[in-house]
Ligand binder design. Structure first.
Ligand SMILES: [Mn+2]
Length: 305
């Protein structure tokens, strides 16, 4: 009987994505899909939604998730598909596999941008080296294709029942329009503070304290200062009411246990790479019924992988 953990089947699907010459075509096709997709997407309520956290080259978990849920769910990947992979060419296999699935089912597979989908990050943390290792001359073209692809990825999804999904955290905006009108094609997060904050922000885990009268401080994550902010409950509540949503589902932090800020934030992490770190209990996905009334993150279901 076929199970979700049928390793041979998973391996075969992975092998299929190793047809490296086909990757360039995938990238071009998905690029035109991303260009048509709004950066801020209100999702339909016709089927349950799976939120997938950082995968970081964990292709086996990616295949497992798609095989298990794609038939009757919409799947929202929250970013960070590449870098820090523990297996050979893991980042390339993972992103290629997901791009292939995106082409097969563009409306049901949503791929948001994470802070690793920026060339200043992936050139340092693994993906760039993977591509350079395949073939120096060849990979230049590859790198360039991805450099052009990632800036066209969308950033935010919302649901009618009060969920907002993004990679890092809620940016310091004063109106919904500021995030509805995010531009495509931003290659460098330093050039766009709102985009930078969406992919870099964190919240304080399990603690209502905050740092100053603005309710946030600049965080020290990333390669340069002040890319993202670290916020507590007062900042978070204020921004969520501005956006008219109740619960944030995000990835980006392997140290937070799932729920934080009075159970209004759910941190999802779907790579096995970090499961021995911090408080993370394991790699998991979150499941949302978009027709159900949601009051806090406990109303979403967590499923371990
Ligand atoms: Mn991240």
């Amino acid at each position: 009987m076929e199970t979700d953990f049928d390793t041979d089947k998973i391996r075969n699907e992975i092998k299929d994505t190793e047809t490296i010459t086909a990757v360039g075509d995938l990238v071009s096709k998905v690029n035109s899909l991303f260009l048509q997709e709004p950066n801020f997407q209100e999702l339909p309520s016709d089927k349950p939604i799976i939120f997938v956290g950082d995968l970081h080259g964990d292709i086996e978990n990616a295949v497992r998730i798609v095989r298990k849920y794609s038939k009757d769910h919409r799947i929202v990947f929250l970013g960070d598909y590449i870098d820090r992979s523990t297996e050979y060419l893991g980042s390339l296999k993972n992103i290629s596999y997901l791009l292939k699935k995106k082409i097969e089912n563009p409306k049901e597979i949503i791929m948001l941008r994470g802070n690793h989908e920026f060339d200043q990050i992936y050139n340092m943390y693994g993906f760039g080296d993977e591509l350079r290792e395949i073939d120096h001359a060849f990979s230049k073209d590859f790198l360039w294709k991805f450099t052009l692809l990632f800036p066209n990825m969308p950033y935010i999804v919302t649901t009618d029942n009060g969920i907002i999904g993004l990679h890092g955290g809620i940016p310091n905006v004063e109106s919904v329009e500021e995030i509805k009108n995010l531009p495509k094609g931003v290659t460098d997060y330093n050039q766009h503070p709102i985009i930078s904050q969406i992919v870099w922000n964190d919240n304080i885990g399990d603690c209502d304290n905050f740092f100053d009268n603005k309710g946030y401080t600049y965080s020290n994550r990333g390669l340069s200062l002040n890319l993202g902010i670290l916020y507590g409950e007062p900042y978070f509540s204020e921004k969520m009411s501005l956006l008219g949503k109740k619960v944030l589902v995000r990835g980006h932090n392997q140290n937070l246990k799932g729920y934080s800020l009075n159970n209004k934030v759910l941190t999802v992490f779907s790579s096995r790479r970090y499961t021995n770190y911090g408080n993370l209990k394991g790699a998991y996905v979150a499941i949302l019924d978009p027709q159900k009334e949601i009051n806090n993150a406990l109303d979403l279901k967590i499923e371990f992988l």
